[in-house]
Every structure is written in structure tokens, then in C-alpha cells.
Design a protein around this ligand. Sequence first.
Ligand code: RP5
Ligand code: MG
Ligand code: MG
Length: 260
Amino acid sequence: SAPHVKARRDKPAEYPERFPVPDHLVGWESAYPAYDPPYYVSPVVLENDSSRNPAGWADPEQLSPADAPQESLCGALRHDERGRALNSAGRTGLAGRGLLGKWGPNYAADPIITRINRRENRLELLAIQRRDNGQWAIPGGMVDRGELVTRTLARELVEETGVSLDMERARFIYQGYVDDPRNTDHAWMETTAKHLHLDPDMAEQLEPRAGSDARAVRWLPLTAETIASLYASHCVLVKKALELLCQGGRTGMSEADRQL
Ligand code: RP5
Ligand code: MG
Ligand code: MG
């Protein structure tokens, strides 16, 4: 499949149009002399420039090459002629940071929570509807400075869904690049995803309530269609979690759920 499709063909409304990047010119190693992406940094990011606003969550707009990240979860990074770290998945058609605060990798955590709904006899994902674009998603969020990822997983889960769970015992699913519509050549999302499959009776007791950047929360039935329409790379993350769940021979999954 084509490399980072959302980071090249999708974007938040406030971004300018992305410069076209055909599949064969995504990699930085492929010469693309005509490549001239527009530069964009959201006003929200500039307002949170930590060199001007002590409470700001964003890097300074002027970052010295000495402070540029050298590596990410994806390994060693390339840099452009101005010393800025380059997107580990390749060109996106947009320069600058867009809506992302950090130059280089922006770290997130994704808590994947599933259950079997016994009444409807189906597999469900605890999903939120994002305020920014209305898409259904895993209730993930950004890792705070100095925060442990297990803590981020539990914190974002409770902030966005009201559900409090011990994420220490969750199963590791994925760590690395995320194909997010906000990604640019100089700033992109990388995540750590972990999965908890809840006991049906325990899950029944929970009372999810939308908060923070969630407009709504629900137990989303997992079908080929709902999985494919999830935000960013969440489709890949959920599929990987279901694969491992199947392999583990966990009880309660119907034949249809195993086919997903
Ligand atoms: C996605 O953005 C990650 O997979 C994570 O779910 C999310 C984090 O960003 P916010 O929810 O904080 O906007 O790329
Ligand atoms: Mg959040
Ligand atoms: Mg979030």
C-alpha cells in the first residue's frame, strides 16, 4: 500500500494545499528538484512558543540546529540544509510544523480498549469522536514532558472517556510513526499503542463520558467499515490488536469478529 497517504492527501482545514507528492517520490532519497512545499505554522502553535510564553507547550519557532532531534522511535533522522529533522516516512507536501508543537517527532499514546457486547454478540471498541474533524478514534493523546507512556495512556483515557483503567497490564501493540493528517515534513506523530480486552461484565459497569478533545464517546461496533474509517493510523493499530487477541484464543469472539 502507498506510504503515508493521510499525511500527503489529507489535512486540517486551516492548512494550505499540500504540494503534490507522488508515491514514487515520497522517500527523501528520491530526487525531486521541483519539490516546493508551502511553509505553515498554525497561530495556535506560535502563541504557545515556549521561548516567549513560559506556559507554552510548543517549541520555539526559531530552533537552533544544535537542538534538533537526532533520532525518534523510527531510528536515526535525516536533516535538511537548515538542520531541521525530516519526517521519517518521507515527504508530505508541507513544510513547517502546522498544528504540531514539536519540531520532529511529536509523541502520543493510544489506549485501545475492547469488549464483547454479550447482548448484541459483537466486538466493540471504546472510541471517541474527535472535536477537530468528527472522525471516530482511539482516545489517544500527547505524552507530556517527562511523562511515562503508561501514565499518558491512562490519563488520556480518563480525560477523553471518563473511564479509569490500569494500563500497566495492557498488551503492547505498536510503537512508531502514525499517518496523521496534521503531519508535515518537519513535524509528525509517533505513538505507543497498548491494548486491554475487558471482561464483558466489568465493561458493562463502566460509564463512559466524553471530555477534553472528545465530542462524543461510545462503544463502537467493530466491522470492516468502522475499522477502515477510523482516524489517522488507528485502523492499523486496531487490526493488530484484534490479530493478537485472536491468536491468544480469547473466549467470546464470534466467527464474524475473527474474520475482521
Ligand atoms: C494520532 O493523534 C495518535 O495516534 C493519537 O491518537 C492522536 C494524538 O493527538 P491528539 O488526540 O492529542 O490530537 O496521530
Ligand atoms: Mg487528549
Ligand atoms: Mg486526543
